[in-house]
Design a protein around this ligand. Structure first.
Ligand code: ADP
Ligand code: MG
Length: 469
């Protein structure tokens, strides 16, 4: 087909006389909505237009410098991926700023300042920035060693009728799927029930940021701060998304400070500790750690087992102990996956009208477990890394020393060391016969970088996620 993989006929949004670029962009947007979620799509990607394709480069225009920089820093690789999946010619993107009066970002979200419009579900939850999951309550949160501090702090805040000096802000942090969002929603539910006069707002950092940027654009940051005056408890989820070099970050945290000074209770979550929030100024980081920093640790076997037991009890289903134990032992990544596995097991037994058994569980979860245990090969790693950095796979074996190929090669060596059980000499051989000291050096370099260079750490994490490792 003339235009790569995009099938215009089957694309629901393609119309007869539509420009190819527009049809392609529609298809890409559909992908991105799924991959990045509706919030991200509406805030950052909707204002983008695909102007033209020049050789292997797609030229995208964005309405403001701020949005351009943000998209560049956060979504470049997602954009390139989605574009090249729809049109295989595309290998890179070029982001330009082009103000478009009637396609301004303002049209994607109406009336930015009033708090209630942050969510389309304002009717269901008039006091909330974003809607709350009814399942995320304290009584459904299983407490164990790894999360007891976070739970206790969240509970105290929810029970209190005013901001808690020692816990303001409460900074919750922990890896994906360990219950941060659950605890924040639980605070909100609890306060609504027990202190209905207190106004609670929960929203994602991206939503908060978006509101803020809108205020900056309309030169109305005062009104932005003003709208939070009536709020008693403000919760902002996943603030790691705010890190970056933008000058707005500074303003953003000033707003935070102002709220604490006005005696508002703040609850913040992130996937890492305040000290590890790279790209955020030291002064601001230490301010975030001013109140209580509560770390949610990775789950223990006991906690995983307890969570499974509680899920089973809630649904009044019968699952034998050995199955629960098997799941708790084998699915260690995070609680979300654990829940997902239990749901699959129960659904299958239900569908077949048979009891849940260990054998049935093992067969059903074969793929999932295999992918948990899966060992990636060095060849896979080389391919993914080359792909990610857009260098040739052959550069992985070559003696070239320019940074543009040496760095990806070091990343690949590093990943080979941590994701496979191959020895240093074996790894060296797979990289064009390099000495084991070269591999050792690469592993050390990248390990250092991961601690000191947020960009590189993100790259490595992303590659790992792409590989499903
Ligand atoms: P995070 O925000 O840290 O990524 P979530 O709060 O979204 O994680 O939790 C992921 C899933 O795991 C949710 O369905 C949540 O209810 C569940 N979960 C996490 N921790 C617990 C726990 N201690 N007890 C019960 N359910 C939990
Ligand atoms: Mg979360």
């Amino acid at each position: 087909m003339e235009h790569g993989a995009l099938n215009l006929n089957s694309s629901p949004s393609a119309q007869p006389h539509m420009r190819y670029e527009d049809a392609l962009w529609n298809a890409v947007c559909m992908r991105l909505r799924v991959v990045l979620g509706e919030d991200v799509y509406r805030s950052w990607l909707k204002p983008i237009q695909l102007d033209m394709i020049d050789d292997d480069c797609a030229r995208l225009s964005l309405p403001t410098r701020f949005i351009r920089d943000w998209v560049h820093n956060h979504y470049s690789s997602a954009l390139v991926d989605a574009l090249s999946q729809e049109d295989e010619r595309i290998r890179s993107i070029d982001l330009i700023i082009q103000a478009r009066p009637n396609n301004d970002v303002a049209s994607s979200v109406p009336a930015p300042i009033a708090l209630e419009v942050i969510t389309p579900e304002a009717d269901a939850a008039p006091d909330m920035g974003a809607s709350l999951d009814p399942r995320y309550t304290f009584d459904r949160f299983v407490v164990g060693k790894p999360n007891e501090l976070a739970y206790a702090a969240a509970k105290r805040i929810a029970d209190s009728s005013e901001a808690l000096v020692g816990c303001n802000p409460l900074f919750l942090y922990g890896g994906v799927g360990l219950g941060k969002t659950h605890l924040m929603h639980a605070i909100a539910w609890h306060v609504r029930l027990h202190h209905p006069q207190r106004r609670v707002v929960y929203l994602s950092a991206e939503q908060f940021m978006y509101q803020f940027i809108k205020a900056l654009q309309s030169r109305d940051t005062l009104a932005f701060k003003e709208q939070f005056r009536s709020v008693d408890v403000l919760m902002v989820d996943d603030v790691q998304f705010i890190s970056g070099k933008d000058s707005t970050q500074e303003e953003f945290f000033h707003t935070f400070n102002a709220l604490v000074e006005q005696n508002k209770q703040l609850v913040i979550s992130a996937d890492r500790s305040p000290t590890d929030l790279s790209g955020i100024e030291e002064r601001i980081r230490s301010r975030l750690a001013w109140g209580l920093v509560a770390d949610i640790h990775t789950t223990s076997f006991e906690l995983r087992y307890g969570i499974l037991e509680s899920k089973v009890a809630q649904q009044s289903i019968t699952v034998p102990r050995d199955v629960l134990e098997f799941l708790a032992r084998r699915i260690t990544s995070n609680v979300r996956e654990l829940e997902g596995a239990l749901t699959r097991v129960v659904a299958q037994a239900d569908m077949l009208g048979m009891p849940v058994t260990l054998e049935g569980t093992q067969i059903l979860l074969q793929d999932l477990l295999r992918s948990c245990d899966r060992r990636v090969s060095i060849e896979d790693i080389q391919k993914f890394v080359a792909d990610y950095y857009r260098v040739k796979v052959s550069d992985m074996f070559s003696p070239r020393r320019s940074v543009s190929v040496a760095r990806p090669r070091q990343v690949a060596m590093y990943l080979s060391k941590i994701l496979t059980d191959k020895s240093l000499p074996e790894i060296g051989r797979k990289f064009g016969g390099k000495d084991h000291t070269t591999v050792m050096h690469a592993v050390k370099r990248i390990t250092d970088f991961i601690h000191n260079d947020p960009e590189l750490r993100e790259d490595v994490e992303r590659i790992q996620r792409m590989m499903g490792a």
